[in-house]
Design a protein around this ligand. Structure first.
Ligand SMILES: Nc1nc2c(ncn2[C@@H]2O[C@H](COP(=O)(O)OP(=O)(O)O)[C@@H](O)[C@H]2O)c(=O)[nH]1
Ligand SMILES: [Mg+2]
Length: 190
């Protein structure tokens, strides 16, 4: 049993070379800014003040490490796509994350997309990257609480059409879904 409530913030690292010393498995959260990464980490760990959340697209360019029950790290990645100025800037994300993906401790990527929209170009590029490099991932469609019934059905169709190996429809507001995600992460880490 993993106690997700027993999660501590360890550090913010400007590059993967600055990661924490302790050698633990890592679960990386990736998705465009504002998709709900930080909120989901807080919900997973039942701690609203763990990761900083914002209603405005984020400016974080750091890898934030959270240690779960002394067993593994959750890593909150910088959102790709937009910089502070709002211009496209995938390249800087690319370099930092390229280094990150060479890291043997990476065991799972939780890839978040907004359930209200089809994937954007950055999402598609990243999804291809995951598949090409055979990186184990769990696709999470966030904010499903905002969908009505027909939008929900459309989402199911869409998720099937993109050929995801593993996916979960998620809302950080729903405890039963959070438990499902916890179980999925733990079982994919085995
Ligand atoms: N309705 C709803 N809003 C959410 C959910 N998850 C995140 N949000 C909101 O989306 C915004 C961005 O969330 P945040 O976690 O900071 O996104 P990040 O940039 O990916 O870390 C915030 O205003 C959150 O309250 C969700 O499951 N449902
Ligand atoms: Mg965030």
């Amino acid at each position: 049993m993993i106690n997700f409530r027993n999660t501590k913030f360890i550090k913010s690292a400007p590059s993967v070379n600055d990661k924490p010393e302790k050698d633990l498995a890592e679960v990386l959260f990736v998705g465009k800014s504002n998709v709900g990464k930080s909120t989901l980490i807080n919900s997973l760990c039942s701690n609203k003040s763990l990761a900083h959340t914002s209603s405005k697209p984020g400016f974080t360019k750091l890898l934030n490490y959270y240690e779960v029950d002394e067993k593994f790290y959750l890593v909150d990645a910088p959102g790709y796509g937009y910089t502070i100025s709002g211009s496209r800037h995938l390249a800087s994300f690319g370099k930092m994350m390229e280094d990150y993906f060479a890291n043997p401790n990476l065991k799972l990527v939780v890839f978040l997309i907004d359930s209200r929209h089809e994937m954007g170009k950055d999402d598609k590029d990243f999804y291809e990257f995951l598949k090409e490099n055979k990186i184990k991932y769990l696709l999470v469609a966030t904010k499903v609480d905002k969908l009505n019934q027909s939008e929900n059905a459309k989402l199911d169709k869409y998720l099937k059409s993109i050929g995801a190996d593993n996916y979960i429809k998620m809302s950080s507001l729903k405890n039963n879904l959070i438990e499902k995600l916890q179980n999925a992460i733990v079982s994919l880490l085995k």
